[in-house]
Design a protein around this ligand. Structure first.
Ligand code: SF4
Length: 163
């Protein structure tokens, strides 16, 4: 049942579960830690620009992990950067989310076999919520990944049921 299904027609009252309202608010304002690693980051920046306008989904770039809800790992994760990424992830307050954008971040990309310096998937150091395939993924693919993440947040349960 959707959030607005119980709207009364002649007044401004909406009856909804607290959990639905919280999830709706959270999925509609995902502040993003601005952080790009390689060529995929150019597509991520294009997604934030006026043609695709990430802002309309509530995705606002922030310069500090302390003010962020999400990181989009966009680009080649070298072993040198992996520990930095993990540290940034740990500085983000809960609840926090990760989108892995592009083949490099998903599995090592073109470096998966001979790239001795490349991590074969960022999920070896931090948990990933959504993987966006491609080399590089187009902005439309990243938008699709964001919609998948929003769907995941919409169905999250804030309170664990007891037996
Ligand atoms: S997946 Fe392709 S476009 Fe993205 S960072 Fe790797 S090589 Fe560059």
């Amino acid at each position: 049942m959707g959030l607005l299904d119980k709207e009364f027609t002649d007044s401004n009252i909406v009856v909804a579960k607290f959990e639905d309202l919280m999830n709706w608010a959270r999925l509609s304002s995902l502040w993003q830690l601005g952080f790009g690693l390689a060529c995929c980051a150019i597509e991520m920046m294009a997604t934030s620009a006026s043609h695709y306008d990430f802002d309309r989904f509530g995705v606002i770039p922030r310069p500090s992990p302390r003010q962020a809800d999400i990181i989009i790992i966009s680009g080649t994760v070298t072993l040198k950067m992996a520990l930095r990424i993990k540290r940034l992830y740990e500085q983000i307050p809960d609840p926090k989310y990760i989108i892995s954008m592009g083949s490099c971040s998903n599995c090592g990309g073109p470096y998966w076999e001979h790239g001795y310096h490349v991590l074969k998937g960022v999920d070896r150091v931090i948990p990933v919520d959504v993987y966006v395939p491609g080399c590089p993924p187009r902005p439309e693919a990243l938008l699709e990944g964001l919609l998948k993440l929003q769907e995941k947040i919409r169905n999250e349960r804030l309170v664990k049921k007891t037996a």
